[in-house]
Ligand binder design. Structure first.
Ligand code: MN
Length: 199
């Protein structure tokens, strides 16, 4: 058993790597620029997993409706376990009976920069997440511009909001979950990912 403070212990505990094609992963050193990834996950309910690289792992939230480009839009974001960095390239089918069974697509990915400040001083992602208030600028293919993740105090469950900030990249008339539904890595639809795994 890994120590309870090992960031990936919850991730590994939930999975049988003899059965699932997901990466077992390792905590890896950061690249020059941290990455983000949004994975479309057709599990029991379709949702989008929003992940930010922090301290060598992917901090993760499940966003039922997916991210929005409409300024001031708030989307429910429920924290899930830290995922290994290698998960950012995972696209495939998690077999029935496994944790998170269903199809996973890399819907968007890119780099991000933290923009969180307090009293005009930059705040590290680690500290900002612990405080439950982080802002960042995404440099993706579908998602660009500034977003915030805010922990809702007093909520019954551990609940955050993913908020689209008002900036030049925000666009109330464009919903990329509808206009750009396919994989940013392979161009495949969910059905095409399923068919590829059947072979
Ligand atoms: Mn998921």
């Amino acid at each position: 058993m890994s120590a309870p403070d090992e960031p990936l212990s919850a991730y590994r505990h939930k999975r049988d790597f003899a059965r699932t094609p997901e990466p077992s992963g390792a905590r890896e050193p950061s690249q020059a620029l941290p990455i983000f990834v949004v994975q479309k996950h057709a599990a029991s309910h379709l949702h989008y997993d929003f992940r930010l690289e922090v301290d060598g792992v992917l901090k993760s939230w499940a966003v039922p409706k997916g991210p929005s480009l409409a300024p001031h839009m708030r989307r429910l974001a429920v924290p899930t376990e830290d995922h290994p960095l290698a998960y950012a390239n995972f696209e495939g089918v998690i077999p029935d009976g496994c944790y998170g069974a269903g199809t996973v697509m890399v819907w968007d990915t890119g780099t991000y920069e933290s923009t969180t400040t307090q009293n005009r001083h930059p705040v590290s992602m680690t500290d900002a997440l612990r405080e439950g208030h982080v802002t960042f600028r995404l440099h993706g293919t579908k998602l660009r511009g500034e977003f915030a993740l805010i922990h809702i105090h007093g909520a019954r469950k551990d609940t955050w909001l993913l908020i689209t900030m008002q900036d030049e990249d925000a666009d109330p008339g464009h919903d990329p979950t509808l206009t750009q539904p396919n994989s940013v890595l392979t161009g495949r639809s969910l059905d095409e990912i399923i068919r590829a795994s059947d072979g």
